[in-house]
Each structure stands twice: as structure tokens, then as C-alpha cells.
Design a binder for this molecule. Structure first.
Ligand SMILES: [Mg+2]
Length: 269
């Protein structure tokens, strides 16, 4: 893993890589601290679009991480950036949490609730833990009218302390079954998720590494974007069969310790 010393920007998956539920994984805080000390940069990336950037910053700070809002990237934020790249000040029918509505408005996106009152540019489906049947109905009417349908991510389930629970991908299936329309998906492994990160840190794929626990999201995103990857075996290996054919990480490691040691060596620690 000698190439690691040439990396300027580190992209870390969150769940299963830096934390597991509410627990910080070994060497997670230390590795981020070391990267900062070396005047390199990092981004923590998650497909979970139910929390806002602000929510995540408070949560991670509470867990002892030193992290700025600009260092957190969710599929919700990537979706807002994508919509802004298509339309100036878009208006959106958003199936998402109140936290995500706040994130969208901070990106200049209006979330509209009356489907007949004003023109709506996009229907956006996020990990909406506050969804109601009324809102499912309104969204499906818009999708049938031909309003472009976007989903923040396609994870089918979210692992929790109550077991696997339905995530955004399960909601996508419901809309697909009802309307026959497949949404455009933004989150990992899609390149729309990682391109804004490269742009905002002004780094090339060659200067970047993606470190994550899932072959079919983290590692596949690196594979699609031409970015080197490290698979850490601390999280969810159950969906390996979901990755596209030929996807494999540049390196594999049991946990973050090896990455920490390589970076520490550079720093003479
Ligand atoms: Mg993960």
C-alpha cells in the first residue's frame, strides 16, 4: 500500500468503516486526526439521507471526532448538488425527513407540498422515515405525469439494532411496482455521489482513495470513478454478490490500523 503516501484526499465510508452503530471503530478518530495533521483532507461519505449534514456533524462530534460540515457528504447533499446542476433554483416534491428539507433549502431548493399549485421540476425520494400514504399518492401522481424521478440512494435495507429495516431502495421498489418508472439514483456506487467531492477538494481520482466496507457501494464507486479503494473487513460483507462483475478493491485490510500505521510512518510517529 505504498501508493497511500501519494494520496491527498481520503474518502471514508461511515457505517462499518469509521463507526458501527453508536460505537467508534478502532483507529477511526486517530486516522482522521493524522490526515489533518499531515495537511491532507478527508470526506466522510454516507448513503443515509435521513439526517442532515448538521445532524451528522453533531453526532460525530459527540462520538469524539473532530469534523467540519464541509467534510461530511450524504446522498441527500449529493442529490441537492445534482439537481442544482440541472436547474436553477429547482422546485421539488421531496419524500424525505424534515432534516433533509432543511439541507435542501440551504442549497436553494424549494420543497413544495401542493402538487397542483405550482410547477414541480423533480420528485425526489430519500430515506423518508416520516412518509405517509398521502405523500406516496401525491408523488406517484407526479411520476405518472412525467415529472423526473430521482432517488437519493438504492440501499434496500438499513442495519439497525432491531435488525434489517426497509431503506430507500425498498421504497423505490414500491414506486416502480406502482408506476413502472425507475428513478435515477445518486448515492453510492454512482459517480454523481463522488464527483462533487473531487470538485470541491480540487483533487484528481489518482490523488484520492475510497475506504469502505461494502463491495457493491464503496468499492464499486471507486471502480466506476477510477479511484483506488481499500476494503476494510469491519462492517457489512453480506452483499458482495450485488457488486458488478469485475469489481474488486485495490487493497483489503482487517481494519483501519494498517492505514493508520502507514500514514504514521510518513509522519515519523
Ligand atoms: Mg458501510
Amino acid at each position: 500500500m505504498n501508493w497511500l503516501s501519494q494520496i491527498r484526499h481520503f474518502v471514508f465510508d461511515l457505517d462499518g468503516t469509521l463507526i458501527l452503530g453508536n460505537q467508534v471503530l478502532p483507529y477511526a478518530r486517530e486516522t482522521l486526526g493524522l490526515i489533518r495533521k499531515q495537511k491532507k483532507s478527508f470526506t466522510v461519505v454516507t448513503n443515509n439521507s435521513s439526517r442532515s449534514i448538521d445532524n451528522y456533524q453533531r453526532f460525530l462530534t459527540h462520538l469524539g471526532f473532530s469534523i467540519r460540515p464541509s467534510e461530511i457528504h450524504t446522498s441527500g447533499k449529493a442529490t441537492a448538488q445534482y439537481l442544482n446542476s440541472l436547474t436553477h433554483e429547482p422546485s421539488v416534491y421531496l419524500l424525505g425527513t424534515r432534516a433533509l428539507v432543511e439541507d435542501f433549502s440551504s442549497f436553494g431548493i424549494a420543497c413544495v407540498n401542493e402538487i397542483d399549485a405550482e410547477p414541480i421540476d423533480f420528485v425526489v425520494l430519500a430515506f423518508d422515515q416520516e412518509i405517509t400514504y398521502k405523500r406516496i399518492v401525491e408523488a406517484s401522481i407526479l411520476i405518472r405525469r412525467g415529472v423526473p424521478f430521482i432517488a437519493t440512494h438504492a440501499d434496500v435495507n438499513i442495519p439497525t439494532d432491531r435488525g434489517l429495516l426497509p431503506d430507500c431502495g425498498s421504497l423505490i421498489s414500491m414506486f416502480q411496482t406502482s408506476t413502472g418508472v425507475t428513478p435515477k439514483v445518486i448515492g453510492k456506487p454512482n459517480i454523481e455521489m463522488i464527483h462533487p467531492v473531487l470538485r470541491s477538494h480540487q483533487v484528481s481520482p489518482e490523488e484520492t482513495v475510497i475506504i469502505g466496507d461494502r463491495l457493491y457501494t464503496d468499492i464499486e464507486m471507486g471502480w466506476r470513478a477510477g479511484i483506488r479503494t481499500v476494503l476494510v473487513r469491519t462492517g457489512d460483507m453480506s452483499g458482495n454478490h450485488l457488486a458488478s462483475e469485475g469489481v474488486k478493491p485495490t487493497e483489503e485490510t482487517d481494519n483501519l490500523e494498517q492505514i493508520y500505521r502507514i500514514l504514521a510512518q510518513e509522519n515519523g510517529i
